[in-house]
Design a protein around this ligand. Structure first.
Ligand SMILES: *Cc1c(COP(=O)(O)O)cnc(C)c1O
Length: 395
């Protein structure tokens, strides 16, 4: 089928809860994708950082194929060979003690919120029903009903009330405003170390350390949603490490699945995860052997090939190049590592069309901003070629 027909059938039968660019990706390898007509593009979105390893990383594909011949799903009713190894490896990588596996990012966020509420009720002594959680304006933590209860984006919320109670949103990057929002019943702060969907908003230096200090002083859990920023994307293994901050709970997803399948988890201490007893939380697919095989291989590559250093080095090349573009419509270039955004004074839509015409796939956030986040392992010559195309499109 050609692209036009594929798009038509998708439009007819799939709910219109997204507004995709008119490009069909039918084959992909590494940082390059191809449409059914054979047109080639560089993938500068990487599925919102789920493709830090690029498309079809050969070693991750091999690990998945090998596991497909053994066993893919056991449910948690029984043990599987890889769950323990997966949790051990992820705990080591995060500097934590234990892991609770889920599938999607939103589920991992839900898991972190449930952990914090139980921790408040069972450990901190907050009366059950009074647990209070501080979140940040402009946040994106996913799409479930409780998760959008934290959202301050009207499009994400309209028509979905009633919402889950117990959240206060404070301006992102403003430590004083956060401090004022604490109550004796505050059990957690949840935030992204860099706000991805909001348009790659980097908080002021020292902000994460301040949040850490407040949480420690007030006995609240610091929950870092690193679903998008984690696993080397911003030049550190986790973005909190930029300020040498260790949260109480990491929320992880996207790249953890190696670009093959959804894999998410929270990582925390034994004590904090001790709030769960059998039956109190779970997931049929969470921690399945196929997911564990893929994630284990992904984590191995991440460390072996020093992805954080790659993201720092290539991120500098990319952001220097974007800053060198002479276009008075560009308001700001910002980001860290290989998570870089260009904000325009006007709509980004015409620029995205020009990028596509020049063989570069990228997407706007909030209308005026384009995020550039190529696979961390994009070869240098391909990054250079992509940059030349981006310069042409945005000049
Ligand atoms: C994408 C994202 C999520 C949600 O992940 P899904 O897998 O789409 O549910 C949560 N938090 C952040 C920061 C994200 O970028």
């Amino acid at each position: 089928m050609d692209s036009e027909k594929i798009i038509a059938v998708t439009e007819e039968y799939c709910a219109h809860n997204y507004h995709p660019e008119e490009v069909v990706v039918s084959e992909a390898r590494g940082a390059r994708v191809r449409d059914p007509e054979g047109r080639e593009y560089y993938d500068m979105l990487s599925a919102y950082s789920a493709l830090n390893f690029g498309h079809l990383h050969p070693e991750i594909v091999a690990a998945a194929k090998a596991q497909l011949d053994k066993v893919t799903l056991t449910s948690r009713a029984f043990h599987n060979e890889l769950l323990g190894e997966f949790c051990k490896r992820l705990a080591e990588l995060t500097g934590m003690q234990a892991v609770l596996p889920m599938n999607t990012g939103a589920e991992a966020v839900e898991t972190a919120l449930k952990t914090a509420r139980r921790y408040g009720a069972f450990v901190k002594g907050v009366p059950d029903g009074k647990q209070h959680i501080i979140c940040c304006e402009g946040n994106f933590h996913g799409r479930t009903t409780t998760v959008i209860s934290m959202s301050t984006d009207p499009t994400a919320r309209a028509g979905y009330a009633p919402f889950t109670e117990g959240f206060t949103a404070v301006p992102y990057g403003d430590a004083e405003a956060m401090e004022r929002a604490f109550t004796p019943y505050t059990v957690a702060v949840i935030l992204e170390p860099i706000q991805g969907e909001a348009g790659v908003i980097v908080p002021p230096d020292g902000y994460l350390a301040e949040v850490r200090r407040m949480c420690t002083e007030k006995g609240a859990l610091m929950i870092a949603d690193e679903v998008q920023t984690g696993f080397a994307r911003t030049g550190d293994m986790f973005s909190c490490l930029h300020e040498n901050v260790r949260p109480d709970i990491y929320v992880l997803g996207k790249a953890l699945g190696g670009g093959i399948m959804p894999v998410s988890a929270i990582a925390s201490s034994r004590e904090i995860l001790g709030v769960f007893e059998p039956g109190s939380h779970g997931s049929t697919f969470g921690g399945n052997p196929l997911a564990c095989a893929v994630a284990l291989k992904a984590m191995e590559i991440l460390v072996r090939d020093d992805y954080p250093a790659e993201a720092r080095r290539k991120g500098k090349i990319l952001s220097d190049a974007l800053r060198s573009i002479d276009n008075p419509d560009i308001k700001e270039v910002r980001g860290r590592g290989l998570l870089v955004a260009v904000e325009f004074f006007s709509s980004a839509a015409p620029y995205i069309k020009k990028l596509v015409a020049n063989g570069v796939l990228a997407k706007d956030t909030h209308g005026n901003t384009i995020r550039f986040a190529p696979p961390v392992n994009i070869p240098d010559d391909e990054l250079d070629d992509a940059i030349e195309r981006i310069k042409k499109a945005l000049a």
